[in-house]
Design a binder for this molecule. Structure first.
Ligand SMILES: *[C@@H]1O[C@H](CO)[C@@H](O)[C@H](O)[C@H]1NC(C)=O
Ligand SMILES: *[C@@H]1O[C@H](CO)[C@@H](O)[C@H](O)[C@H]1NC(C)=O
Ligand SMILES: *[C@@H]1O[C@H](CO)[C@@H](O)[C@H](O)[C@H]1NC(C)=O
Ligand SMILES: *[C@@H]1O[C@H](CO)[C@@H](O)[C@H](O)[C@H]1NC(C)=O
Ligand SMILES: *[C@@H]1O[C@H](CO)[C@@H](O)[C@H](O)[C@H]1NC(C)=O
Ligand SMILES: *[C@@H]1O[C@H](CO)[C@@H](O)[C@H](O)[C@H]1NC(C)=O
Length: 198
């Protein structure tokens, strides 16, 4: 009995010790201003999930760029995704995001497949989503630019660790796997990029 109690106490203390670094994931209010702030281009950087099918998807997605456009009504966003799935570049423009303002939920609808997520409050140039797939948690980080600060990346990794995601459940996108965007000439990116001085 006593060893059990000691173990439980130790666990409670360990949790308490971990808590200060565990930033709470506060859902953002889905008002017009927030939704307008989501429009435009995002680059997926890192994701994690406890849901096996989602984990398989994250494993296969080497890079993803996506665009939110105004949809057919104020609570809808249209989505264009350009992804490298394994070796292949895939463009999808037929999915939407349905916004449920009352419970702070975004629902991605792709044909018959739906997935829900909460937008987490963060800096305006980051898009942090907490996914809720059949009760399994997931977290993803996207940003306006591929080169987010080291601090922002480390903060997100700390959040993942904090929410019990193991290293083998975390997948990073790689900028070298970016697919050409529509209207962009292959190789254009390299040609216009300033030489690296770092
Ligand atoms: C949000 O935007 C919609 C459509 O543009 C508008 O009908 C609605 O009144 C706006 N809501 C607020 C609180 O401004
Ligand atoms: C990606 O590659 C993995 C490993 O080869 C394979 O299991 C998976 O089915 C592929 N996924 C897609 C969507 O092609
Ligand atoms: C999706 O892309 C196809 C082919 O480029 C185009 O014909 C179609 O209008 C696009 N649909 C939307 C909703 O943008
Ligand atoms: C948004 O996407 C839906 C479904 O793909 C399409 O019917 C609608 O025309 C699109 N709306 C806009 C404003 O592009
Ligand atoms: C949010 O509300 C919508 C509409 O009532 C519902 O379909 C959805 O399951 C809710 N999402 C969550 C995560 O509670
Ligand atoms: C990378 O970040 C710098 C400033 O931090 C910015 O000027 C530059 O445009 C960014 N690169 C890309 C590709 O967004």
């Amino acid at each position: 009995m006593l060893p059990v109690l000691v173990a439980v106490l130790a666990l409670a203390l360990a949790r308490a010790a971990v808590l200060p670094t565990c930033a709470p994931l506060v859902p953002a209010e889905l008002d017009n201003e927030t939704l307008t702030g989501l429009l435009g281009k995002w680059i997926y950087l890192m994701g994690s999930s406890k849901y096996p099918p989602h984990l398989e998807e994250l494993r296969a997605v080497k890079h993803a760029t996506f665009f939110f456009h105004p949809g057919s009504h104020p609570d809808e966003l249209n989505v264009t995704e350009i992804m490298r799935v394994n070796e292949t570049c895939v463009t999808r423009n037929s999915s939407t995001i349905q916004v449920f303002r009352q419970n702070h939920t975004l629902m991605h609808v792709d044909g018959q497949v739906t997935a829900m997520a909460h937008l987490i409050k963060s800096s305006k140039d980051l898009l942090i989503l907490r996914h809720v797939n059949n009760g399994y948690p997931g977290l993803s980080l996207s940003a306006r630019s591929p080169n987010v600060s080291k601090e922002q990346l480390e903060e997100f990794r700390a959040q993942l660790a904090c929410h019990q995601f193991a290293d083998d459940e975390i997948f990073l996108s790689s900028e070298k796997d970016a697919c050409p965007e529509p209207g962009e000439q292959p190789g254009e990116e390299e040609a216009t990029q300033a030489p690296q001085t770092a």
